[in-house]
Design a protein around this ligand. Structure first.
Ligand SMILES: [Zn+2]
Length: 302
């Protein structure tokens, strides 16, 4: 993939000069929270590819086909394999090595204590929402995804993926996405072509949108101030799906952007260009990108 990445970087540089979105191709990272990618020679539809027993995402880039698998944050280091089973029954094994990665800690203070220690009523709501979230996370469609993701908003990264999270000194799940600080009301663009599969107001995530890109590749957008789409809507990369807000368990306005590969949450940065798009300006001329008043600790619960 390195070759593709170099080509993409050059294309991105050219594109950014003309103020087009900055594309990227996924970058392999053989660590917990990363992604594994293998080239699949002579791919034919009907080939079944699994990684650690989970079905992988299959995508095409140029004339080549690839299988992509999310590596769970809890994965232990060691040898893993892709199993490529062709329609005629022939099976090939491709081995990879997953290395250890240490994630840092983050400590946040949440003023609304119910968001850290929910009451019984909240718990009932959370368990119902968990079912909806699980269904959205494991959604599968056969469409081959476009993996050239764009940044959904521009802004300061206020929290990275994988941090061990302590809310009011109590440990909770690690951070499962990328937090991008931006003023409330900033439009959010869908990262790639896809279909909306779930929207709603969730206890921790606030207003949230899930988009299916195909083959188990799903993006989600949380803490929105408004949602502009509904399940079933077909989106083109760059379409606006809602706006940045501070709903749910947050310390300030930002977008929590997450990517799932076959039900596994992975670091979205492996799908994004290291370069963000140029700042966007509203009609009033206010800079929507960056976050001069955003603070660096605007983060959330996810
Ligand atoms: Zn977040």
């Amino acid at each position: 993939m390195r070759f593709h990445r170099t080509v993409t970087a050059i294309c991105s540089a050219l594109l950014s000069m003309t103020a087009h979105p900055v594309y990227a191709t996924p970058e392999q990272a053989l660590v917990p929270g990363g992604i594994a990618i293998v080239n699949v020679e002579n791919y034919t539809p009907g080939t079944r590819i699994t990684f650690d027993s989970r079905k992988t995402t299959i995508f095409k880039q140029g004339d080549s086909w690839y299988a992509l698998a999310g590596i769970p944050l809890k994965a232990k280091s060691g040898e893993y394999s892709f199993e490529i089973k062709q329609p005629d029954g022939t099976t090939r094994i491709r081995k990879i090595d997953i290395k250890h990665k240490k994630y840092q800690e983050q400590r946040l203070t949440i003023k609304n204590k119910r968001k850290v220690n929910p009451n019984l009523e909240d718990m009932a709501r959370i368990s119902k929402e968990r079912v909806r979230k699980r269904e959205a996370k494991n959604h599968w469609s056969e469409t081959y995804p476009d993996v050239d993701f764009i940044w959904p908003v521009s802004g300061q990264i206020s929290s990275i993926f994988g941090l061990r999270r302590f809310f009011n000194e109590q440990e909770r799940n690690p951070h499962s996405g990328l937090d991008i600080a931006a003023p409330e009301g900033t439009d959010i663009q869908v990262t790639a072509d896809g279909t909306v599969i779930e929207t709603g107001d969730f206890f921790f995530s606030g207003n949230m949108v899930y988009v299916d890109h195909g083959q188990g590749l799903i993006s989600l957008y949380a803490h929105l101030s408004r949602i502009d789409v509904k399940p079933g809507d077909v989106l083109r990369r760059g379409d606006i799906l809602g706006a940045v807000g501070q709903t749910g368990r947050v310390t300030g306005a930002h977008l929590h952007f997450a990517v799932l590969a076959n039900g596994v949450l992975v670091d979205p940065r492996y799908f994004l260009s290291s370069e963000q798009p140029a700042a966007q300006f509203t009609e009033s001329g206010k800079n929507q990108a960056g976050s001069p008043d955003g603070g660096s600790n605007y983060a959330d619960s996810q």
